[in-house]
Design a protein around this ligand. Structure first.
Ligand code: SF4
Ligand code: MG
Length: 336
């Protein structure tokens, strides 16, 4: 089957007090061309680390270790040099983040920053780049782009800055956009506009999107397939309709109960009790969700659940479902 990105057995570890601990543990998935794949989970579940691993942008000031293959158009990004990655980032794969203020340079004008992407990758003249950047800013819904290009990032609202980031991200028509909580810092109305913008661009440019979010509401809006992550592992994956109809993992069910209801006066966000264990506190055996799971059983602390297929291409990592698997299927085993 054809894929654009294939992540195979990705494991990313950081050092805490001198020892390596997995922030991402054995994550595998594929994205097909034009597909919108959601990765959902609370902060601390390894979503951003996974995205940075794909982009080869792990922090350099701490010790990290990465294993596994990251195949993009059949080339293994994990074996690329910095120079090779620089040619790919912003051109074939772009990334946008939660807070555009940190990725926009405060001392350069909006216009010069959008133009720089074009000058780096597209071989345009300055005059051409200027015209293209104005067109791009118009494409992302900025109404006076010929004026905005002379503004500095702090002169724009959060929503406008995110539009600028999106303009930069799509300047070279990438095949894959990685969006890490792109709407989290914005108010609800602007969130909806930005999601709509990303969706429109995705369809128009036939671009694949890896949408990272803590909000299943965002997933419901724009994703085709969904991965639910907890404590560095995939705990459930299915297409979006199947996931919302028949959520299986107790963590997914809790995330669903925490979706803010837009029609309620006050936005009441049911939070899930407890926190994701930090990477050096992760249990080595058993289910990583055990201390927060309302359905935890005795064996959950002793047997490590595997990600196994259920039906309709629906995969779950939970001992509650082990009875429904065919006999002889090595679903659960004691971790080494
Ligand atoms: Fe809960 Fe046990 Fe399933 Fe983990 S394996 S999610 S603790 S029921
Ligand atoms: Mg994050």
């Amino acid at each position: 089957e054809s894929y654009l990105l294939k992540v195979d057995s990705l494991r990313t570890a950081f050092t805490v007090n001198g020892d390596f601990h997995d922030a991402v543990a054995d994550v595998s998935f594929t994205i097909k061309p034009k597909q919108v794949l959601g990765v959902v989970g609370e902060s601390g579940c390894g979503k951003s680390v996974m995205a940075l691993s794909i982009m080869q942008l792990l922090p350099k000031d701490i010790k990290t270790k990465m294993h596994g293959d990251i195949l993009f158009n059949d080339a293994d990004l994990s074996k690329h040099t910095d120079k090779q990655m620089n040619a790919i980032r912003g051109k074939d794969i772009s990334m946008i983040f939660q807070e555009p203020m940190t990725s926009l340079n405060p001392v350069f004008t909006i216009g010069s920053q959008v133009q720089e992407v074009l000058l780096n990758h597209e071989g345009l003249t300055k005059a051409e780049a200027r015209l293209r950047s104005i067109a791009l800013l118009r494409d992302v819904g900025i109404s006076r782009p010929d004026k905005i290009i002379y503004d500095y990032p702090h002169q724009l609202s959060g929503g406008m800055r995110q539009r600028v980031m999106i303009a930069m991200a799509i300047a070279c028509k990438p095949k894959l956009l990685i969006a890490d909580e792109p709407t989290t810092a914005l108010d609800v109305t602007v969130q909806a506009q930005i999601l709509e913008l990303i969706q429109g661009i995705q369809e128009e440019n036939n671009m694949a999107v890896l949408m990272i979010t803590h909000d299943l509401g965002v997933v419901a809006e724009i994703c085709h397939e969904v991965i639910v992550m907890y404590a560095g592992k995939i705990v459930e994956t299915a297409n979006v309709v199947e996931l919302f109809r028949r959520p299986k993992h107790p963590y997914t069910k809790l995330l669903m109960s925490a979706i803010p209801k837009m029609d309620e006066e006050q936005e009441v966000l049911a939070t899930i009790e407890g926190v994701v264990p930090s990477i050096d506190q992760m249990p080595s055996v058993g289910c990583r969700f055990v201390n927060r799971c309302p359905q935890a059983m005795k064996e959950c602390a002793e047997i490590t659940p595997e990600l196994a297929s259920h039906d309709n291409d629906h995969f779950v990592r939970c001992l509650l479902y082990k009875e429904s698997y065919p006999k002889g299927d090595d679903f659960a085993h004691v971790s080494q």
